[in-house]
Design a protein around this ligand. Structure first.
Ligand SMILES: [Zn+2]
Length: 472
């Protein structure tokens, strides 16, 4: 039998590092860190490292092992090193446990790298760029302006399989299928069948995983998690977050003063808890101007608030990554039956819900005994996993839509619908309406705002209901 390997996914604040230690203590394990920021040395507070007492003497690898001047490791470097360490741990007869919030490291370890590094957004963009607009299409093929009945008759002729699938009154779907035929010269039904066959072939041709895997996903309901993260930031501040940030700030200033160029879009400079306190620190440390105490206090409070916001957004991003990318990849690799969601929403039940359930599953796994189905583990597991599976199995509806306001084109109906609901689109629509009504516009800068800023991206994320939250 292949060597056992435990992998723990989870967002910040779910207690995944504690679970790793608990399992390592009970099952003679050693831990490999998969959190890019925790690889930095000397910043235990900012990066939320377990302190030595919490590590309980368990060996931890790839933790605090790089300097502030180094870039975070690529997935390739991390995977190479982690694989070596895993073999080393096994050769000593111990159980390797990989844990971390950098999901693309974990995905990189488990899956073919092509799967991990393909960026779906890029593909959409390049696809959209190559597409002609719906108007142009209809002028080339006037039948696309006809009634559902006329289009359906044509579809029956060219692609009877798709024609059979749609309700005779569902003009949108009939037109989509017909558009595919007219633009590609191929039947939509053939294209879908090919896509399915490609997936099957990929699955069949793949070497089996070198490891006997057991996977955990530590999950906490968003409202509970957000409140917990806010409290944790306050605790970090009490524990010396600002001192730590200040030392990073001094280090940065030292390098800049020495005339070095520092790429601040990468590495530790992007870590949450550093950027947010920069204005405060630069005011505190300024030798030229003396900032009044009240202003300094205000800047510090702003830093704390911004750190809380950024932490919540990061957690949300981490959850979405696992929910979308990891689950889809696990399904493709037939690994979903080994992917267990542990519910850490209720901290007072952490022991029974997380530590005990995790240990129970791992004991069975190591003894090669049958395991329960992941959705049987808890009500939350059932709801969240079922939602995500339904989502990733839903076939995409091909469309050909153009947003005239934003001058953007869409090939996937779900993305079009999401765009219509997005804050960016609604803002642009309001702006266009004001212009059309002849309202005075407040400078050209306004237009840039409508194109979308980071705030918009965050707001878009909020507007998108991804069914992760079990409805009350
Ligand atoms: Zn739009």
């Amino acid at each position: 039998m292949a060597d056992p390997l435990v992998v723990i996914y989870g967002s910040t604040g779910t207690g995944k590092s504690d679970l790793a230690v608990e399992l390592a203590a009970r099952f003679n394990g050693e831990i490999i860190n998969a959190d890019a920021m925790q690889m930095y040395r000397g910043l235990p507070i900012i990066t939320n490292q377990l302190n030595p007492e919490e590590q309980r003497g368990i060996p931890h690898y790839l933790l605090g092992n790089i300097g502030l001047d180094e870039e975070p490791w690529s997935v390739t470097s991390w995977k190479r090193e982690a694989t070596k360490i895993i073999s080393g741990i096994r050769s000593r007869g111990k159980l390797p446990i990989v844990v971390g919030g950098t999901s693309y490291y974990l995905d990189g370890l488990l899956f073919d790298e092509k799967l991990v590094e393909s960026d779906p957004a890029m593909t959409e963009e390049s696809e959209a760029a190559a597409k002609i607009t719906r108007e142009e299409l209809a002028s080339q093929h006037p039948i696309l302006r006809e009634s559902a009945e006329v289009m359906l008759a044509k579809l029956q002729e060219v692609d009877p399989v798709m024609a059979e699938r749609w309700h005779p009154k569902d003009i949108r779907k009939i037109r989509n299928s017909l558009e595919i035929y007219l633009t590609t010269g191929r039947r939509a039904s053939d294209i879908y069948a090919e896509q399915r066959a490609r997936k099957e072939a990929k699955r069949a041709g793949q070497p089996p995983s070198p490891w006997n895997l057991l996977l955990f996903w530590l999950y906490a309901k968003p409202d509970v998690l957000n409140a917990r993260l806010d409290k944790r930031v306050d605790k970090m501040v009490t524990n010396g977050l600002v001192n730590e940030t200040s030392s990073v700030y001094d280090y940065l200033q030292g390098r800049l003063a020495a005339g070095e160029t520092v790429d601040r879009t990468k590495g530790i400079w992007q870590s949450i808890g550093f950027r947010q306190f920069e204005s405060y620190l630069s005011a505190v440390k300024s030798t030229e101007t003396e900032t009044p105490q009240a202003v300094l206090e205000k800047l510090k409070q702003q830093g704390i608030e911004d750190t809380k916001t950024a932490t919540r957004q990061y957690a949300k991003y981490q959850v979405r990554w696992v929910a979308r990318k990891t689950i889809a990849a696990l399904q493709e690799e037939n690994l979903l039956s080994k992917f267990y969601l542990l519910d850490s929403s209720n901290i007072s039940q952490w022991h029974s819900e997380v530590a005990e359930k995790g240990s129970f599953l791992l004991a069975k796994h190591l003894a090669d005994r049958p395991l329960p189905r992941p959705e049987e583990l808890s009500e939350t597991a059932r709801e969240v996993l079922a939602n995500q599976l339904e989502r990733s199995n839903r076939p995409e509806t091909i469309c050909n839509k153009t947003c005239e306001v934003c001058e953007k084109e869409f090939r996937i109906e779900e993305q079009w619908q999401k765009h219509l609901k997005s804050k960016k689109h609604q803002k642009a629509t309001r702006w266009a309406k004001r212009q059309a009504e002849g309202w005075p516009t407040r400078g050209e800068g306004k237009r840039d705002k409508a194109e979308g800023t980071d705030d918009d991206a965050a707001a878009d994320a909020d507007a998108d209901d991804d069914g992760l939250v079990p409805k009350p």
